[in-house]
Design a protein around this ligand. Sequence first.
Ligand code: KG4
Ligand code: ZN
Length: 339
Amino acid sequence: MKKALILGIESSCDDTAAAIISGRKILSNITNTQLIHASHGGVVPELAGRAHMENMVRIVDMALDKAQIQLNDLDAIAFTVGPGLQVSLVVGTSFAKGLALALHKPMIAVHHMKAHILSHFIEEEGMVAPSFPYLCLTVSGGHTQLVVVHSALEMEIIGKTIDDAAGEAFDKTAKMLGFSYPGGPLIDAHSKNGNPHAFLFSKPKIKGLDFSFSGLKTSVLYTLQAATKENPDFIAQNRNDLCASIQESISSILMDKLKKAQQATGIKHIAVSGGVSVNSGLRKKLFAWQEAQPDISVHLAHPKYCTDNGAMVAITGSLYFDEGSFADQSVAADARLQW
Ligand code: KG4
Ligand code: ZN
C-alpha cells in the first residue's frame, strides 16, 4: 500500500515550521525560530504573527524541496489549530485551509500538545515508539501535564500544573539570572559546570498528580534578592551553581509526580515530550530511573522533535489520516483549544 504523504505545519508560538512525512518516516523537517523575541524577555504576539506571515511560504517550499515532492503529491495537509497564540495560529490555519481548498486535498487539524505526545511515533534510528497505553509527561513552555495515552485519538489528562508550566519556570528563573528568552536551554548549558546541590529551593506540597512551580520561582527570587543585597556580584559569581540548583529543583518536581503517576496507574511505558524533555538534568534522572526499574521502558524523542517542530504535526497527521480523522473548511484557529 502506498504510504500517505502529509505536510505538517506548526505556527502556534514563535517557530514557523513545516515537515513532510511518508507513512511514519520524516522526509523533511524545517524550522525557523524567530529570534526577534529574545530581547523582549518573552514572545510578543504581534511580532510573532507578522514573522509567521513573512516566513510561512518559504518554509513550506523548503520542506517540499528537501523532500523532493510537489504540492500535488500530497495526500493531506495537517496543521496546528490550537492551543497557542491566536495571531500565530491564525497564520498556519489560514494557510493550510487555503492550500487544501486550492489543491482539493483533505485537512487534518492537530492539537499542539497531542502532537508533542505523538511525536514518539516518528520512525527514526534511536527512537522506539511506546506501546499503548503509555503514560506521557508533557513539558513545554505553556503546559505541564501527565497524560494517559490510550490511542492516537484517545488521551486522558491525569495531572497538570496549577500555575506555571515547567518551561515557564525555567524561562522566568533564567530571566532573574539575566538570561535572554528562552532561558531554559541556557540554564541547561550552565548547569553542566555547576553543583546541583549548592542551593536548596522550596519544594511544592501539592497533593495528587498536579504540579506547582510558583513557590520555586518565589524561592529563587528571595534567595537572589537577599544575596545580591550583601554582594552585588552574587549572580555572576554563582551563575553555574544557581543554574544547576534550579535545574535540579525543576527536574525533581517533575520526576516525583511522574513516578507517583506510574505507581498509581501501573503503566509500564513512559514517554516524555515537549521542549523541556530536552533538558539534560531531567534526561539523566529518567535514565537513572529506567536503570533502577528495568520493568518500565522510558521513551524519549530525538531533541529535534521535542521543541516545537513540523514533524510532530506531520506524524499526528499521519496517524489521524489512518483513522480517517479529518477537518473541514469550518475549522478555526483556537488559542484555548480544549483537549
Ligand atoms: O515545546 P516547546 O518548544 O514550545 C511550547 O510548546 O511551549 O517548549 C519550549 C520550552 C521553553 O520554555 C524552553 O525554555 C524550554 O522548552 N526548553 C528547555 C530546554 N530546551 C527548551 N528547558 C530546559 N532545558 C532545555 N534544554
Ligand atoms: Zn510546544
